[in-house]
Write a protein that binds this ligand. Structure first.
Ligand SMILES: Cc1ncc(COP(=O)(O)O)c(C=O)c1O
Length: 365
């Protein structure tokens, strides 16, 4: 099967095998060595000297950790939404009693830094900005560097969901001044689902110390104290740490710059291949993601049959649309362990699926 969804992504054979190693004591010296090494590796990928903590949870758990450690009940925060995952940040803030203002942009478009600038200028009480870097539900990458410049200018805390970008698309945590950044193992990291990464700047630690939201499992202060002893507060997903240790070696052997270049090249190839079929891309030009491409379901094709047909007839797992986009778009993932051959095969499967569902590729004029 060609797994072309935007996560979980294929896990390299060596990584899967590393995860099959014998269990060890998570409070012993071997684990301390591993946690030290993978934390240093993760910091390289985050391009940061901030603390990076690795939590046993999915990406949403990392988002929840970001909120419960930095947003107190009643705190006014700006939540920038461009799709389903931005809305998730909003929901988490609401769940814990924060006071969010939503700055929503149409699905398929990117956030406009000038409007974030205006929103922050208009309300000095907004303590933090929460934003999705790469909106997996629409295939849009936000201009994070520019957004960060605006947030820095207003001196607010910047909390970023970089779950489906970090390790595939450059994220310069320190250079751009990102306070809290979250990622997840099942994306570009090439590790099975179950680990979240979270970086915390000194400014964010100050906010964390004052934050009054109740928290237990996701208390980052506890995670930091344990990490100093080469441990985690709770029993970690030890096998996933083994996988991460191996996956980082593979990433660094390729070189992060080459990893980013490969993602960009294969994303371009995917976009070109889909456009050549006469299909329309959902994301606005100039903001199209290098990890996932969203495609509009063409007129006359039953969108609910696309993923099933591709999977059962043509050996390719595509993702459907989420929420209000269900049946209107489908998504093609190209992140993590992905090659020219995977993209070529995926594009062929899309063409065959469309043909099977009655779509005719327009003949060029
Ligand atoms: C941008 C983004 N945010 C959040 C999540 C949620 O992560 P998880 O499903 O690991 O909880 C995802 C997962 O697809 C994502 O792509």
């Amino acid at each position: 099967m060609n797994l072309r969804i935007p996560g979980p992504t294929p896990v390299p054979r060596e990584v899967a095998e590393a995860g099959a190693a014998d269990m060890i004591n998570h409070r012993g010296p071997e684990f301390a060595e591993i946690i030290g090494r993978v934390t240093e590796g993760a910091k390289r990928v985050f391009q940061t000297s901030n603390d990076v903590l690795i939590l046993t949870t999915s990406g949403s758990g990392g988002m929840e950790a970001a909120v419960v450690n930095h947003v107190s009940p009643g705190d006014k925060v700006l939540v920038v939404t461009i799709g389903v995952f931005g809305k998730r940040f909003l929901e988490i803030v609401q769940t814990y009693g924060g006071n969010p203002t939503e700055l929503a942009f149409d699905f398929g478009t990117a956030a406009d830094p000038a409007r974030i600038d205006a929103a922050l200028a208009a309300d000095p009480e907004l303590k933090a900005v929460l934003v999705t870097h790469n909106e997996t539900s629409t295939g849009v990458t936000n201009p994070l560097k520019e957004i960060a410049e605006v947030v820095r200018k207003h001196d607010r805390l910047l909390i970023v969901d970089a779950i489906s970008s970090l390790s595939s698309i450059p994220v310069e945590t320190d250079a751009w001044g990102l306070d809290v950044v979250v990622s997840g193992s099942q994306k570009g990291w090439m590790v099975a689902p179950g680990l979240a990464f979270i970086s915390v700047s000194p400014r964010a630690w100050e906010a964390q110390a004052k934050c009054t939201t109740p928290r237990f499992y996701f208390d980052l202060q506890r995670a930091r104290s344990s990490a100093e002893k080469g441990q985690t507060p709770w029993t970690p997903a030890v096998s996933l740490y083994f996988q991460l240790d191996r996956a980082l070696q593979i990433l660094f052997a390729e070189g992060l710059e080459n990893v980013y270049a490969r993602h960009h090249r294969l994303a371009e190839k995917t976009r070109r291949g889909l456009l050549d079929l006469g299909l329309e891309l959902f994301a606005a030009e100039g903001h199209r993601s290098d990890t996932v491409t969203a495609v509009k379901v063409p007129e006359g094709v039953d969108g609910s049959l696309i993923t099933k047909t591709a999977r059962t007839e043509f050996g390719t797992v595509l993702a459907g649309g989420q929420g209000s986009l269900s049946g209107k778009i489908f998504r093609f993932g190209h992140l993590g362990l992905v090659s020219d051959e995977d993209v070529d095969n995926g594009l062929r499967a899309v063409a065959q699926t469309m043909e099977r569902l009655g779509y005719k590729t327009p003949t060029p004029a």
